[in-house]
Design a protein around this ligand. Structure first.
Ligand SMILES: Nc1ncnc2c1ncn2[C@@H]1O[C@H](COP(=O)(O)OP(=O)(O)OP(=O)(O)O)[C@@H](O)[C@H]1O
Ligand SMILES: [Mg+2]
Length: 423
């Protein structure tokens, strides 16, 4: 879809905002671009209407937008209404979107409240989040310049604090990893922790919700205190957009206290944050509040791009390493998998293994994974980074005044973007 098309639909919708078909059309386009904020801004009048009065598909898109902009209570209320108003409408995808955010919609709350993270807070113990990461850089394909940056800025300062201190550098600080889904942000963060041998606190979206519902300030403080008392430590907050979402998007969500508590801790008010690295990861950098990016907070940002050809080859090699494989032309496979994410490549290997296994079980003859299996799977799967790159391109073009997306812009201008994407 082109932006011109979007502009046209938008203009038509603005001319007759009450036309349900135009509303649905615009909502579809904006949601395909993941422009959730824009969707809500444009559809405010529909949002105010009761769900029964609109097409279920439009209602579902509005709910999705509310969810994606952290207006969870409203999203839940509307989902309830939608399930009442259109019991036959398929809400599978919507429920999956809730689940992906670690949220159980209210309906299931009612049935099951005991082990629900939104309801039961008694089990929140920050210490449980502490792990030792077993992942190392050897298990991360590509991302060479990121590994180098991490060595200089994170790992060595942790390992040789005195040397770095002499030159006015200290370990720790805030680092934000961003990029398309499945390209190794979480994987890379774990590998950094594994390389440092630092204590690793892995905070997921569930834990954040726990912090939010409970006494958020106290819980947040406990989390940081525990990390500080385990220095050198890495506090990794995955999917940080759930917490760092622009505050205007948060206005109704009651999460402001949690956010402020987090920012206070990040500033290390009255505490010593040296030796503590707070690492965040997100695939929606544009949703992150600028307060998060101020000096002393997440002031270092690293783009984790889709793997280039060489990186794809090493990712394939890593995922094939411990499996029986016939000789494969990995260079050729890497060439045929442009715009595949690391996760796509991992899936490729795993599905090829499934084919080989099915064969073996059928015939009784053991055989390795071969090129035919790979080719079969390649016919079935599509690269998953294109959609993200298309969204990112809009931000580069229309919202890059501060240069926040320069790294993405450079990537798109390079071979990764130009070829085949038509950019
Ligand atoms: N560079 C890589 N080297 C090896 N494996 C990779 C790489 N990138 C991704 N993978 C594989 O893909 C899986 C998913 O990657 P990961 O969870 O790190 O992606 P992500 O960028 O955090 O995605 P999301 O934005 O969805 O959280 C990893 O567990 C790993 O198996
Ligand atoms: Mg991740």
């Amino acid at each position: 879809m082109t932006l011109d098309e979007l502009k046209l639909i938008h203009a038509a919708y603005r001319a007759s905002p009450d036309n349900p078909d135009l509303a649905l059309l615009l909502a579809r386009k904006l949601s395909a671009l993941q422009m959730w904020t824009e969707l809500l801004e444009n559809m405010d009048s529909w949002l105010k209407q009761s769900v029964e009065k609109q097409q279920p598909e439009l209602a579902a898109l509005l709910i999705r937008a509310l969810l994606e902009t952290a207006r969870v209570p409203e999203a839940e209320a509307k989902l309830d209404d939608l399930m009442d108003a259109a019991p036959d409408h398929d809400v599978e995808e919507l429920l999956a979107a809730f689940a992906a955010k670690g949220i159980k919609p209210r309906r299931s709350h009612k049935q099951k409240s005991v082990d629900d993270p939104m309801v039961d807070l008694s089990d929140f113990r920050p210490l449980d989040l502490k792990t030792r990461s077993q992942v190392t850089f050897a298990q991360v394909g590509g991302l060479e310049s990121l590994k180098e940056a991490a060595r200089m800025k994170i790992i060595l300062p942790f390992q040789k604090p005195e040397l770095f201190a002499k030159y006015g550098k200290k370990a720790g600080g805030g680092l934000l990893l961003y990029g398309p889904p499945g390209c190794g942000k979480t994987h890379f963060a774990k590998a950094v922790a594994g390389e440092c041998g630092a204590a690793f606190f892995n905070v997921g979206i569930h834990d954040i919700l726990n912090l939010y519902v409970g006494n958020s300030e106290r819980n947040m403080h406990r989390l940081f205190e525990t990390a500080r008392s385990n220095k050198p430590a890495i506090l990794f907050i995955d999917e940080i957009d759930a917490l760092g979402r622009k505050r205007e998007l948060m206005r109704h969500s009651g999460m402001t206290t949690t956010i402020n508590a987090f920012l206070n801790e990040l500033d290390g008010v009255g505490n010593d944050n040296a030796g503590l690295l707070v690492m965040g990861a997100t695939n929606a950098p544009w949703d992150i509040d600028s307060a998060f990016k101020r000096p002393g907070r997440f002031d270092q940002r690293l783009f984790v791009p889709p793997p280039d050809q060489t990186a794809r080859e090493s990712i394939l090699r890593i995922h094939l390493a411990d499996k029986p494989v016939a000789p494969l032309d990995l260079t050729q496979i890497a060439r045929n998998t442009e715009h595949f994410s690391g996760a796509d490549l991992a899936a490729l290997v795993s599905q090829a293994a499934d084919i080989a296994l099915t064969d073996i079980l059928k015939t009784g003859n053991e055989r390795p994974i071969d090129n035919k299996d790979i080719v079969t799977v390649l016919k079935q799967i599509k690269p998953s980074t294109l959609e993200w790159l298309a969204v990112a391109k809009n931000y580069v073009e229309y919202a890059n005044e501060e240069g926040s997306y320069d790294e993405i812009r450079d990537y798109l201008a390079g071979s990764g973007g130009k070829r085949r994407m038509g950019f």
